[in-house]
Design a protein around this ligand. Structure first.
Ligand code: HEC
Length: 288
């Protein structure tokens, strides 16, 4: 009887863990497109996965200096960059509106606003509470500037495409010379990861396109913030960094969720063990 109970427990736990595993495989294996996506190693995958702060900070720089001339991040406000778990969180200024780095970033953007005295529409420097601005006023303008294609909003891009992070990485590094028998239409570019292999986005990244600025990594658990040497901005490096940043943007609470999940699992496991021991004690002297 005791053995049976233990068996049920083990089967239950295995099923629960198996469920997690199956869910992971399902999201990773149904990648669309015309070719099979190569799986990359990402630190944020798996049960214990976390984001790489330094990579996210570099990723923001890639967004600001490269992607932001065409793509918006409409679901994000500047202050989100300074939330707990976000790329620029600083424990000394836990209120994102007081975060100096993010204040400086926001100021660097021009935000359309209404003048409180005249009612005129004016441009003013951003503040942390502002949303990231739209890059084009509407879809017609966006298409007109991009050969008829609309650059999609990037705030949920890793969530909205099958393959997620792997797909985004594959698009950014998928520009190659087209095979001889492949006709690339005017205004499109050959890309191995894009559906149909032709994309109306010219390769946005090239080796050393930008220079990474040295940056501070916020000290966690009371440690002092420290400066991190910036790597060379190769295409591969920039692609990985923008993937890290955009994956966080699409799922900013992933780390907290995993922490709670693991704690819950541990709690249930210990609870089940105690239950089993109680059962053994209570039935100790009963013949069965
Ligand atoms: C000069 C404008 C421009 C820049 C700069 C640019 N893109 Fe694009 N991007 C586009 C356009 C236009 C499309 C739509 C292409 C199409 O539908 O054929 C697009 C499409 C995409 C897609 C979508 C693919 C899909 O599945 O629909 C992703 C992802 C993407 N861009 C990421 C980025 C990232 C990341 C950067 C910065 C490193 C960037 N882009 C820089 C114009 C740009």
């Amino acid at each position: 009887m005791g053995i049976k109970f233990m068996k049920t427990l083990i089967v239950g736990a295995t099923l629960a863990l198996g469920g997690l595993g199956v869910a992971n495989v399902a999201t990773a294996s149904d990648a669309g497109g015309t070719h099979k996506l190569e799986h990359q190693k990402w630190g944020f995958n798996g049960m214990f996965g976390t984001y790489d702060r330094a990579a996210m900070q570099r990723g923001y720089q890639v967004y600001r200096e490269v992607c932001a001339s065409c793509h918006a991040l409409e679901h994000l406000s500047f202050r989100h960059l300074a939330d707990k778990g976000a790329p620029f969180y600083n424990a000394d200024t836990p209120n994102p509106n007081d975060n100096d780095v993010v204040k400086a970033f926001a100021k660097d953007w021009s935000i359309e606003a209404i003048d409180q005295d005249t009612g005129d529409i004016i441009d003013r420097p951003g503040i942390p509470a502002d949303k990231f601005p739209l890059i084009f006023p509407n879809a017609i303008a966006a298409a007109a500037s991009n050969g008829g294609a609309i650059p999609p909003d990037l705030s949920l891009i890793t969530k909205s495409r099958t393959g997620g992070a792997d797909y985004l990485y594959a698009i950014l590094t998928g520009y190659h010379e087209a095979p001889h028998d492949f006709h690339v239409a005017d205004g499109t570019y050959y890309n191995t990861a894009f559906d149909g292999n032709q994309i109306k986005m010219a390769a946005p990244l090239s080796d050393e396109l930008i220079e990474y600025s040295p940056y501070m990594v916020a000290g966690e658990h009371g440690a002092e913030p420290h400066e991190v040497a910036a790597p060379v901005a190769t295409t591969d490096q920039m692609a990985r960094d923008i993937v890290e940043f955009l994956t966080w943007a699409g799922d900013p609470h992933m780390e907290a969720r995993k922490r709670i999940g693991l704690a819950t699992f541990l709690y249930l496991f210990i609870f089940a063990l105690l239950l089993f021991l109680t059962y053994k004690t209570v039935w100790r002297n009963v013949k069965h």
